[in-house]
Design a protein around this ligand. Structure first.
Ligand code: DC
Length: 674
């Protein structure tokens, strides 16, 4: 997840490859409860890892379900062994965080299972109503008390002496206009009481969020419960209902999240490509309402194929076809259409989107304001939005998109990076995507392509111990860019030569170059691995540093390491530190800094570093060493240490890391079009 203040998305050109989307929250917690009520073990694949599923899993364990979680839920299934007919463990006190999708269905299920329980959550959970559900369960004869405020959690279920006889003859009435989760909770739990007789539920008032009830009914069907439905007002659970585990079940990926990638295909996946854009985890068999975004994307020209759990999307009509659409059935995904409309052949109108006004932010106002920043002309009404396309490259403006703490604003505006003007797009506060899709930008960058020269590189070159590694890492962190410590590649080569017993001398140049070319090295989350051995610390010794300096003087070795260094230029950008980043490896980089500090300051810094590692040395020796190394690095014929002509000099002898970082970021910002 990007936690930076902003993320600059470079201009993007194409899309291809496979992307797996995270699971749907609504489906995840429903599946967990159904598995817990079934007999036998259910293998749950692709469960969403989030706070809300965490509390559900913990609660199920507490009431006696066996829950086996893999280290990484993305790669292996979770196994739940359900209660079947067994009694749950009781008494139990369950903490359910802020998960409405755990609190409501567990209340209903535990009230019908018997036993004594307390259900509580965080303070905000205790402000979220549950009275309509409790009223419905009390009608049946369940004993539920409020432990705090009437109508809100925390709750106590007191069935120590077993579930009392339930009043099942009359239909159970529940309000449908506050939250559809009350109806979902009853639908999920009442099959427990429908062994002998059918149970009817009647919705009082208009039912909101019908697509979510559809999800509930579909999942019940997969667990063997065939609910009969009369319109959206009356539901009947047949007599003899029994939860039957499907054995193995996949949690669909979130269909609203898929909309960004469907749009990506429509904008940028070339038809007939060898490397088509595939979306994994959600497909044409989806039970989620937002899957109908596909129809809207097709109306705009997208070519979509798919099957169970997968979609493949490519560009069809280009420019896209303008649409006029009632978006009531896909309110969330429709925001993606508003950005696609920039690429259409005429104005597009999205209608019946009044609900946008009361979401995370006033989404109609927010979309209009931000689309205008890109240069578009936008009209808006109480419940509609009309977006005029930006037909010519010259019509586009580079914009810094404010995201209003709204994950969907952040995600859909990243699609503006496909503009024909080749302009980057700045997304402010990118971490807001964490609400539903923490790794959205990583997923985008894994399937989006940019021209290599459009992926920004900041070069930070300088002599040893000038602090360039610290500075480069800090700048990379502020911008969310990748970080290349090119010195580590020479150090790794030196260490590999030392371990292989190859003398570091000019006569061995081609052997050393071969070693460098075929280094089994892996850079992973700040650690460096050489053939399965973590060498992050081992390459930092003075001895390895001195040998690195020697090995780096050999032109064939330098040439052998070029490809490895260039491969670090990946979306969304790179900060590279070394000696020749700006002169030899990335000569076209838009910002080059040559960092220096006086020999005295550098020797002191190195001394402090070594003391911290418990290594004894004297400042005088260190100074002599680093001056020797500077002399060799500067005098060698291959890429000698010298500033690129267009490098900005920066002496940080008297500056802190923060001050130096701020200076580089200022220079960088001055080069941006925002
Ligand atoms: O920055 P460092 O101390 O980790 O680098 C180790 C050696 O590698 C240094 O003495 C010179 C060499 N080097 C180089 O020649 N070119 C680079 N781009 C980076 C490092």
């Amino acid at each position: 997840m990007y936690t930076t203040a902003f993320l600059d998305v470079p201009p993007l050109l194409g899309a291809g490859g496979s992307v797996r989307l995270p699971g749907s929250k609504s489906i995840s917690n429903r599946v967990l409860l159904l598995a817990a009520l079934s007999e036998g073990t259910t293998e749950v694949h692709d469960l969403l890892a989030s706070d809300d599923t965490r509390v559900m899993l913990d609660a199920l364990r507490q009431i006696g379900c066996d829950v086996q979680e893999p280290q990484n839920p993305a790669s292996a299934p979770v196994h739940i062994t359900g209660l079947g007919g067994r009694e749950p463990h009781s008494p139990a006190s369950l903490f359910l965080g802020n998960a409405g999708t755990a609190m409501r269905p567990l209340t209903a299920a535990l009230a019908l299972l018997g036993g004594e329980y307390q259900l509580s959550g965080i303070a905000r959970m205790h402000e979220r109503p549950i009275g309509d559900l409790v009223d419905a369960l009390r009608q049946l004869g369940c004993a539920i008390d409020y432990l705090g405020q009437e109508g809100y959690p925390p709750l106590r279920i007191a069935h120590g002496a077993g579930v009392p006889p339930l009043a099942l003859d009359a239909p159970i009435r529940v309000r449908g206009d506050v939250s559809s989760q009350f109806l979902t909770a009853l639908l999920l739990a009442l099959p427990l009481a429908a062994r002998e007789q059918a149970i009817a539920i009647e919705v009082v008032g208009e039912l909101i969020s019908q697509p979510y009830i559809h999800i509930t009914l579909e999942l019940l069907a997969r667990f063997g419960i065939a609910v009969q439905r009369d319109g959206w007002q009356r539901f009947t659970i047949p007599a003899g209902s029994r939860y039957t585990s499907p054995g193995s079940i996949h949690v669909e990926a979130d269909a609203s999240s898929a909309s960004y990638f469907i749009a990506l295909g429509a904008l940028a996946a070339p038809p007939g490509s060898q490397n088509p854009l595939k979306i994994l985890g959600v497909g044409l068999d989806s039970i989620q309402g937002d899957i109908r975004f596909i129809e809207a994307a097709q109306a705009m020209g997208a070519r979509v194929q798919g099957g169970p759990g997968w979609l493949q999307v490519e560009r069809g009509a280009w420019p896209l076809k303008a649409i006029e659409l009632d978006c009531n059935h896909i309110p969330d995904a429709a925001m993606t259409l508003a950005v696609m409309a920039l690429y259409a052949d005429g104005p597009s109108t999205l209608r019946n989107i009044a609900s946008w006004r009361v979401k995370e932010t006033d989404r109609i106002a927010a979309m209009a304001r931000e689309l205008r920043k890109l240069g578009a002309s936008v009209e808006e009404g109480a419940d509609w939005l009309r977006v005029h396309p930006l037909r010519a490259a010259a019509d586009w403006r580079a914009a810094s998109i404010h995201t209003y703490d709204d994950h969907r604003v952040a995600m859909c505006f990243s699609l503006a990076a496909f503009n024909p003007a080749g302009l980057p797009v700045r997304i402010e506060d990118p971490r807001c995507v964490g609400k539903t899709f923490p790794d959205y930008f990583e997923a985008l960058f894994s399937v989006a392509q940019a021209a290599p020269e459009c992926i920004p590189v900041i070069c930070i070159d300088g002599p040893t111990a000038s602090g360039k590694g610290t500075l480069a890492a800090s700048v990379a962190q502020q911008l969310g860019y990748h970080f290349l410590d090119s010195g580590s590649m020479y150090r790794t080569t030196a260490l590999a030569a030392m371990r292989a017993g190859i003398a570091i001398e000019a006569q061995r140049e081609s052997q050393l170059a071969e070693l460098a070319r075929s280094l089994p090295v892996r850079f992973d989350a700040g650690r460096i691995w050489l053939a399965g051995d973590d060498i992050t610390e081992a390459i930092r010794t003075e001895e390895v540093g001195m040998n690195a300096s020697r090995v780096s003087a050999l032109p064939q070795v330098r040439a052998a390491l070029v490809a490895l260094q260039l491969a670090f230029r990946r979306l969304p950008g790179l900060v590279a530190d070394g000696r020749d980043m700006g002169t030899a490896i990335f000569p076209g980089a838009p910002l080059k800094v040559f960092l220096t500090a006086s020999a005295a300051v550098r020797a002191e810094r190195r001394h402090r570093q070594l003391i911290a590692k418990g290594i004894v040395s004297t400042i005088a020796d260190l100074r002599a060493d680093l001056e020797a190394r500077d002399a060799r690095d500067a005098s060698r014929s291959a890429s000698p240490l010298k500033p690129a002509e267009d490098a900005l000099p920066l002496d940080n002898s008297l500056l802190s890391v923060d001050q130096t970082t701020a200076q580089v970021l200022d220079w960088w910002q001055a080069r941006q079009p925002f």
